[in-house]
Every structure is written in structure tokens, then in C-alpha cells.
Design a protein around this ligand. Structure first.
Ligand SMILES: [Fe+2]
Ligand SMILES: [Fe+2]
Length: 271
């Protein structure tokens, strides 16, 4: 790939891609390595107190949190490598080459962390369904919107929550780094989607709305799903979860509007 030509485009050409290239430069600057995490200085996850049974329950709960994040990052590897393959624009390809590396590194870090605390737990079946809908979407506009504009924006607040609940651990440090990385992934996706939608007609608008209406009911199931290890907490947290889900759906609508999309046809699921 002719890097020089892409990074330094002829004057007046492809100005629309300047935003995507800015995120490419930022992504390279922010790159880190799994070995940079404080593996030998901090406990992997919160150690917990109380009886052995209580501690075992807490540790199962954390393993299930870690498993969901590992699952999400494994799916993100598939989605980002698909974006690298299908995006026709060289600027976007440069950017996606960094995102593939990020998602691979995230997966490596979760795997290492999970191995230190007893291995993988139960998968969220709805998360697999959501990822497959995005992987099988017909248009690049749908893929970028779902993956980068919607999911990678929502995940940032999840990382902040997990970090707050796991002070002084490798997990906290990992979540902080992932919040930064996904901030870049989201920003790059917004910049690219804006270019893709520049000349979007009614047909593309309708395609995106239809995709959202197929996806949202499954997103609700994913958001409210709890593995057995967190079933009790899940019941206690139900109201908070529903409230957070409302906020997430509203955020998605706002993001779509900020990209100039007509969201009047989006049917928000009843909660
Ligand atoms: Fe990731
Ligand atoms: Fe990401």
C-alpha cells in the first residue's frame, strides 16, 4: 500500500478523510503491549473477603465478567478484520490495520487475565447473535454504524464501571486502557461513517433503520442477560440495568441523528 501517498494526499484531494487519518496517527501513538500491564505488582482481580464459599462466589462472578469481555473482544477481532478487508478507501484500511491489532491485543490480555483466575465461564448467546448480524450485514455503512458508532461507544462506560469496582488490580488498569482504545475506535468510526453517509440517499437511510429495528430486540436480550454466576446480582440490578439500557438506546438514537440520519422509523423496544 502506498503509505506516503495516502498520508500526504495531493492538495484538495480526499479532504473528507482527514478525520480518519487523524485517528490512524492517534492509534499508532497510543499503542501498548500486554506486557506493560502490572502483572507481577497487582492482584489480577479484587481478592474479596469472608468465608471460602463467599470468596469462591465472588471469584466466579469476576470470571463471568471477564468472560463476557473476552467474548466481546474475540468478536471485535472478527469484525475489525472484516472491516479491514471490505473498506474500499485506503485511509480507512490504514486505520483498520491498527484496530485489528488493538482487538487482538485486547483478546490476548483477557485470555491471560482469565487464565490467572481459573479459566473461561459461560458465554452470552445474544452477544454472538448480535456480532453475526453485523458480520452478515450487506453494507459497510451498517457494519461501521453498529460496531464503531454504537457498540464501541457503549462499552466505554462499561469499562469505567468495571474499573471503579476493581481498584488496585490488573483488571482496573486493563479497563482504563481499553476505554482509551475504544474511544479511538468510536471516534474513527464516527469520522468514517460521516464520509460514507455524505451522499446517502433514502434507500441507505432505510437500510440502516431496518437493521436497527432487527437488532434492537436482541440488544435488549443481551443487555439483560445474566450468566448463572451473576443470576442473584442480576435480579438485584434489574432496575438499574433497565435504566442503563434506556440510556444506551437513547444514546444510539442521538448518535444516529448527529450523523444526519432520519431516526423517525426506529422502533425502540418496549421495556
Ligand atoms: Fe477491544
Ligand atoms: Fe474496540
Amino acid at each position: 500500500m502506498a503509505t506516503e501517498q495516502v498520508v500526504d494526499p495531493a492538495a484538495g484531494e480526499r479532504d473528507a478523510y482527514a478525520g480518519v487519518l487523524r485517528f490512524y496517527e492517534l492509534a499508532k501513538k497510543q499503542e501498548w503491549q500486554v506486557r506493560d500491564l502490572p502483572w507481577s505488582d497487582l492482584p489480577p482481580i479484587p481478592e474479596g473477603k469472608g468465608s471460602p464459599q463467599r470468596r469462591a462466589r465472588r471469584s466466579d462472578m469476576w470470571r463471568s465478567v471477564l468472560t463476557q469481555q473476552l467474548q466481546a473482544d474475540m468478536l471485535a477481532c472478527e469484525m475489525s478484520s472484516q472491516l479491514l478487508n471490505v473498506a474500499p478507501d485506503p485511509e480507512a484500511k490504514l486505520y483498520y490495520s491498527t484496530m485489528v491489532q488493538d482487538e487482538s491485543r485486547h483478546t490476548e490480555a483477557w485470555l491471560k487475565l482469565i487464565n490467572e483466575v481459573g479459566g473461561i465461564a459461560e458465554r452470552d448467546p445474544y452477544l454472538d447473535d448480535l456480532a453475526h448480524m453485523t458480520l452478515e450485514a450487506d453494507t459497510l455503512e451498517e457494519k461501521v454504524f453498529q460496531m464503531q458508532v454504537f457498540y464501541e461507544r457503549l462499552i466505554i462506560s462499561r469499562f469505567r464501571l468495571i474499573a471503579r469496582a476493581s481498584r488496585g488490580t490488573v483488571l482496573e488498569e486493563l479497563c482504563n486502557r481499553l476505554a482509551t482504545d475504544d474511544g479511538i475506535h468510536h471516534g474513527a468510526g464516527m469520522a468514517y461513517e460521516r464520509v460514507l453517509l455524505q451522499d446517502a440517499g433514502r434507500k441507505m437511510q432505510q437500510t440502516l433503520v431496518n437493521a436497527a429495528n432487527r437488532l434492537l430486540p436482541i440488544f435488549v436480550q443481551h443487555a439483560l442477560w445474566r450468566p448463572k454466576a451473576r443470576a442473584v446480582i442480576g435480579r438485584l440490578m434489574y432496575e438499574r440495568d433497565v435504566q442503563r439500557l434506556h440510556e444506551d438506546l437513547e444514546e444510539g438514537v442521538k448518535l444516529a441523528q448527529s450523523l444526519g440520519l432520519d431516526v423517525s422509523g426506529v422502533e425502540l423496544p418496549k421495556l
